[in-house]
Ligand binder design. Structure first.
Ligand code: THG
Length: 274
């Protein structure tokens, strides 16, 4: 599983405060802890509060890289914010350009821009593309799958290796009125998206979106993560500091025969990610 750690995000009050105070310690501690807990990538999202998003992205990337070499997932729907991060990044071990939609009303070519930036960043640079277009986030299975197909064919046209592409069917909070059908829709979409290319495209989701505002957040996240892994989810943006969630992840992968069973499979999984 390609595990992307969610915590360095200006949506969290302590990160928002650290950005405002230019307090490196909070960010570096989160980078170190999440790396130790098994993160393959660290997601870096400036949030919405920062006035200078590009400058903040740069500061976060530099601050993290002072203490830790874990590859980063630059998370923004604004190409110039991604570009700012890429200017100062060391992408030797890889990088993800996270959160481009297929297209936008105000920017038809946004996904192409992300592919160009990824190519410039290096041969291992990946992209997460949301199944979202100029009409917004689709609410039904068919439109999600259709957008995923457009994403994959556009990448093929540009010669962008499908193994550097992650499709994100976008999970939304289950608590939102009338949205309770959506987690099931996401699973049905995954069932189809995984057959859109051979080998299957990588799929990822921002798991914690699902439980925003709900009680039993960790339980909801854990159960859905296991369901997703059974449908071909091979990556997720998650709270890696949630040990129970990480144990579910390892167990679901083992049950899907992605990791060999041994009596100490949990320990083996943890040590593999060190
Ligand atoms: N897809 C992709 N990238 C993404 C998302 C996605 N990046 C951002 C987000 N969604 C995934 N990351 C988070 C991070 C935090 C939370 C949810 C998703 C979260 N935060 C607390 C909350 O809102 O309740 C913050 C609370 C606090 O301040 O402590 O839940 O879908 N590709």
């Amino acid at each position: 599983m390609i595990i992307i750690a969610e915590r360095i995000n200006g949506m969290f009050t302590n990160v928002k405060q650290a950005i405002a105070d230019k307090d490196k310690k909070v960010i570096q501690e989160l980078a170190r802890k999440q790396t130790e807990a098994g993160a393959t990538y660290l997601d870096v999202n400036v949030g919405t509060a920062a006035a200078d998003q590009a400058g903040t992205m740069q500061w976060l990337v530099e601050t993290i890289q002072e203490t830790c070499a874990t590859p980063l997932s630059l998370d923004s729907q604004k190409p110039d914010v991604i570009a700012a991060g890429l200017k100062v990044i060391n992408a030797e071990n890889g990088v993800i350009l996270n959160s481009t939609p297929l297209n936008k009303k105000t920017d038809e070519e946004i996904f192409d821009k992300y592919m160009e930036m990824a190519d410039q960043a290096g041969p291992k640079a990946c992209i997460i593309t949301l199944t979202m277009d100029k009409n917004g986030v689709p609410q039904d299975v068919d439109t999600r799958v259709a957008i995923a197909a457009d994403i994959i064919s556009k990448a093929m046209e540009k010669g962008f290796d499908s193994q550097r592409l992650f499709v994100d069917p976008i999970i939304l909070p289950v608590k939102v009125p009338n949205a309770q059908v959506q987690p099931g829709n996401i699973l049905s979409a995954m069932d189809q998206i995984r057959y859109l290319s051979e080998p299957a495209p990588h799929m990822t989701i921002g798991l914690s979106n699902l439980s925003q505002g709900a009680t039993e957040r960790s339980l909801i996240n854990r159960v859905f993560l296991a369901m997703g892994i059974s449908r071909g989810l091979d990556s997720a943006i998650v709270d890696v500091l949630d040990e129970k969630l990480m144990n579910v992840l390892a167990t679901a992968e083992m049950l899907m025969n992605k990791q060999i069973y041994s009596d100490s499979f949990l320990k083996v999984y943890a040590s593999m990610n060190e």
